[in-house]
Design a protein around this ligand. Sequence first.
Ligand SMILES: Cc1cc2nc3c(=O)[nH]c(=O)nc-3n(C[C@H](O)[C@H](O)[C@H](O)COP(=O)(O)O)c2cc1C
Length: 373
Amino acid sequence: MDRRDFIKKSMASVTLIAGSGMLLPSCKKDLRSELMGIDRVQGKPAQLDNDGYKILYYASLAPSGHNSQPWFVKIISKTQWVIGSDSDRWLLQVDGENRETMLALGAFIENLAQAANAFGYAVETTIIAKERFDSDVVKIDLVKSKALNIPLQRILTRRTVRSHLLSKELNASDVNDFSKSADGHLSYFPVGTEHADFINKAEVDNYTVQSENKKAMEELALWIRFHDDKARKFRDGLTVDGMEISGFAGWYVSHFMDNKDVMTKAFSDKGIEKTKKQVTEGAGWLVITSDGNRVKDLIETGRRFQRMALTAREKMIAIHPMTQVLEEKNGQKHIKKEHEAGVIPQFMLRIGYLNKYPDSVSLRRPVEWFVRS
Ligand SMILES: Cc1cc2nc3c(=O)[nH]c(=O)nc-3n(C[C@H](O)[C@H](O)[C@H](O)COP(=O)(O)O)c2cc1C
């Protein structure tokens, strides 16, 4: 056993006991504020003007499963783009039908549309993909028009929040607002109700099944950025901050763990334990549904989700997508039984009020990395 292994083994148990919530004072600047910023243009592609570059920067702050950022953008002209789906970034082990890829592209397009409206462009979108594995998905036409007063700060500060959710029920007015953003395709199951308990159990069961699936864990390992050098190099995936592992646990994980540790029993046990705890916290579940499963339906659902998510911070509401129940075959069957044919759950969102809203920390690739001419 070398010195690093010795330190790692002797500290592992301490970290697992300390868990991820233990905070130590840290003077480390987070990578997002170090690396990212709307005014930090690093190499604007010649085909884009300043507005175009900024619109795509805002678009790229969209959420995606494992933060895989499954998009590319083909620039046809300054005002005509094609949003594409990057097959190198598909999560085929957990998202074998590319459903979540389409949802993430929908969120990207919602950010894009809001930013374009704020910069004085109307946006026309045309779905060009016939199926979920097509490379070219949506054509975008920007048409100069009156700038709308849209708070872009919402896009900069939106984030997934998984910790410290309060178990107080959501106010009816907040649920109504969310439902409007989701065009009515939303149901709320408050904490303590039978259906919320049903979802809690289904989430833990399916998380457990997934964490015992070697291929799913190998895929996850590819997207974890335990060390800053990898995070800086790839600017995607799940960083230690992004996974909300803070304080001593965060320090330990970023110094002593690497991607092969994701395959250990200790790692999956810790994940299951954390999931069991998470479902006991919060205001219950929001479920976003769609009427169909075509590309068009999924893009629209991603947009609805994002419209809702962009208003969560001002309401002090955390949103935590937990997708395993919709990814695992048994989970899908179980959930399908509970719904009529035309009501298809697409997002299972654990939600809850927060006392303090954390800053956004997840990384994104710069625009020039995902633009193709
Ligand atoms: C379709 C989709 C599925 C997701 N599934 C999960 C999930 O199962 N568990 C989780 O903790 N986060 C999930 N997320 C959140 C992503 O991990 C998160 O968006 C990504 O890491 C970027 O972080 P940010 O949302 O804070 O910008 C999902 C997001 C999307 C869009």
